[in-house]
Write a protein that binds this ligand. Sequence first.
Ligand code: C2O
Ligand code: CU
Ligand code: CU
Length: 497
Amino acid sequence: MTLTRRQLLAGGAALGIAAGVGVPLALGASSTASPGGVLRSTAPLPTPFRRRLHLPRVLEPVSTDDGVDRYVIRQRLASASILPGLATTLWTYAGEFPGPTIVTRRGRSASIRQINELPVSTVTHLHGGRTPPESDGYPTAVVEPGEERVYDYPLDQRAATLWYHDHRMDFTGPSVWRGLAGFHLVRDEEEEALGLPSGARELPLLIADRSFAADGSLLYPSLDPLLGVPGVLPDFVAGVLGDVMLVNGVPWPVAQVEPATYRIRLLNACNARRLDLRLSASGGDVPFVQIGSDGGLLAEPVEHMHVTLAPAQRLDALVDFSALAPGTEVTLRNDLDGGAMGAVVRFVVGRGERSRFRVPDRLAELPLLRRSDAITTRTFGFQAGDVHHSAGWLIDGRPFDPDRIDAAVKLGSVEVWRLRADFHHPVHLHLAPFQVLSRGIGGPGPFDAGWKDTIDLRPSEEAEIIVRFDGYRGRYVFHCHVLEHEDMAMMANLQVE
Ligand code: C2O
Ligand code: CU
Ligand code: CU
């Protein structure tokens, strides 16, 4: 696979290479919201807010003996009705998109048997999981069609909104786009002690933009429709943006809510699209009270009137509908787009008894890592390749090579990583959550609180993160989570020794 990529980078995609270079130079200084090109659907687009929001089903374990929750998931083709009157074939976990939600508790491990009944090879990664290397879904650790693999997750980690998705070398973009993504929620005592809204008042929302052909099938601009050669057509080298907003697999859904406080967990599962989300209502915007980030609860709640989410980032927030009159429409808007993509989902407040959750002042113990804890500082540059050397998307001028270790770190040590970006690059580290120390010459941004596993780096931005490499020894990756950048080699090896 590396060979095909090298061949590709050596010349086959000269146009793509040029586009990869041109985009950051041309747009880096502008206010471009998201990387990439919009892939236009040829199917008629549905009218927003007609179909009901649906929540992914919670998967039942097949057994719970010896402190291990065992699950079985068949990865298979499935047909879904996403657009009116049309059928869409998806690549799914257990026949569903999003895949079924897995809910586990800290202190119990989960063991998930993934059976590949798809026509393509897959790799399953638990994003945000502190996972031994054999089960982390290394990009080349593929499960071929007709084969299966058991992924073991000790999950000795804080309660958090994790998600699982495909991570196949060179082809993560098309695989996730076709449906291979789902939630994995971890719970623990610290979170349960807060008595947060739960059951029907806890809404995990997987937001994903997609594009559809006239026959209802998903469009994706692969260079090679048979996926023998990685990469996308030149217009999309900076990222693939869809023109239909799906929430839990439903285009622009509508949900009836009670006049109560809800816990809403947002996941940006778009390949490349950034989101700037706001809850808009006729009487004024409704705030998000952020209680958690990628890596679980914050120390204390933070109120936001809007929230940006880069691909792979999560937000855990309380939203209080209790003061709103029955019939009030609250629309989750995306201010980075003015058209149809400027809306995401609508909530309509129902009649029912009012119930307001009092948000505690303190949420969790959150140790702050200090710069003085770090034993070393490393710098990584995330940049487009240039035509004269290797192209695609690079880290420190090099394309991903599974055989080269780019960062060898000591188990248990703390490091500061200085990350520089030429363009939009949401940088994600496997295994180790981090805290944001600085952006440019300033402190962390408004959405950087708590433990993160993905940082939203914008054009020409530099940020410092501080990370403790706890958990396991072995080989992991870090990469840009714009999936087209990741597939075009913006990935590197992290070896914990
Ligand atoms: Cu969500 Cu390495 O990815
Ligand atoms: Cu990950
Ligand atoms: Cu990137």
